[in-house]
Design a protein around this ligand. Structure first.
Ligand code: UD1
Length: 323
């Protein structure tokens, strides 16, 4: 059997350039097959062509606002895509899977009242279809394990992934105006956006702005390797684990830290709260350390320095120009 992992990515958002740059970083060829996860024949062909040890399932749409206006697209892509993948995994007997879940699966009342969030907090009453799609997939995976406990499943609940690879060659390249804070700050620093709108300055936090648990993407990537290693040696019920730093930073903390990292003043204006936002959200990360031997190593400064390097060296993302 090849030592091979199937990485399911949002195919239509992959830039060929990013794959070329990954190859350069790892000094290895990356096998890339383009296909739609919802197409069962594509998957069957893939599993016939290769022998996989494990599957890391990242594929999913993730724009919260879009999920509210177009929920069917989210349920079709995220949930239906996962069902097809699981069907083929079962068929071909490759039953080791790591799934990218999200802190948004936590019950909104719990998330507002019990901080830091531990894996024992309630889930399910999510605030948007994106979060619900992640919650549904968690339930599907758990039901699947009940039906067949030869499945080895790890569910990673990401907090707020930010940052870029330290080489500055791969990073986040959102389509259009960024929804998330870090890419918006980075684009403001590089001069693509006039100012940052800070959504709400009257939250019950140390400076009135929303607090989140930002985690460096490289730490996040390492957590997946740890999860695979864990599954390789333990046959247990699905592992559900928070992947966060346990530290909460406000929007203004982020602005300050990014200004320091970039040497650029970030203009901002306090505006209305954004619908669906909560004051604070950060993880209790101790279970990840206990069970996976993983903890976040990168600091907020690392996240800002690496994001800035990526943004500065690639002002148009993977494109040559902004048109
Ligand atoms: C959202 C999703 C989460 C997803 C994450 C990264 C929810 C509830 N959660 O998290 O599932 O994993 O994106 O894709 O939607 N902010 C501003 N101005 C901006 C943008 C953001 O002030 O222009 C503030 C927000 O109000 C919030 C913080 O920055 O307080 C972080 O926002 P964002 O980066 O969008 O992440 P979340 O909403 O926490």
């Amino acid at each position: 059997m090849l030592d091979m992992i199937l990485l399911c990515l949002i195919i239509f958002q992959i830039h060929q350039k990013s794959l070329n740059r990954v190859e350069k970083i790892i000094n290895k060829k990356v096998i890339f097959e383009k296909g739609d996860l919802r197409d069962i024949d594509v998957l069957k062909n893939l599993f016939t062509k290769y022998k996989f040890d494990s599957v890391i399932h990242f594929a999913g749409l993730k724009a919260v606002g879009e999920s509210v206006s177009n929920p069917l697209k989210y349920y079709d892509n995220n949930v239906n895509g996962t069902l097809k993948l699981l069907e083929v995994i079962s068929l071909f007997g490759c039953k080791k899977i790591v799934f990218s879940s999200s802190a948004t699966v936590y019950d909104e009342v719990d998330a507002a009242n019990y901080i830091p969030l531990s894996e024992q907090n309630k889930t399910g009453k999510t605030t948007n279809p994106y979060g619900t799609s992640k919650y549904m997939i968690e339930r599907i995976l758990e039901d699947l394990y009940v039906s067949d406990n030869s499945f080895q499943i790890a569910i990673l609940r990401y907090f707020n992934p930010v940052g870029a690879h330290e080489s500055g060659t791969i990073g986040e390249d959102p389509n259009g105006i960024p929804n998330n804070l870090m890419p918006f700050i980075a684009q403001t620093a590089v001069g693509k956006r006039e100012f940052l709108s800070v959504f709400g300055g009257d939250y019950d936090t140390h400076d009135g702005t929303g607090v989140r648990d930002y985690i460096h993407v490289v730490d996040l990537a390492i957590a997946h390797i740890k999860a695979i290693e864990y599954l390789n040696k333990s046959a247990t019920k699905p592992l559900v684990v928070n992947i966060g730093t346990g530290k909460g930073y406000s929007v203004l903390d982020m602005v300050k830290s990014f200004s320091k990292a970039s040497g650029v003043e970030i203009p901002y204006k306090i505006s209305q709260r954004r619908a669906g936002d909560i004051a604070k959200c950060y993880a209790k990360p101790s279970f990840a350390k206990e069970i996976l031997g993983w903890e976040a190593k990168k600091t907020l400064e690392d996240m800002c320095v690496d994001s800035w390097r990526w943004q500065k060296e690639n002002p148009f993302g993977y494109k040559q120009t902004d048109c």
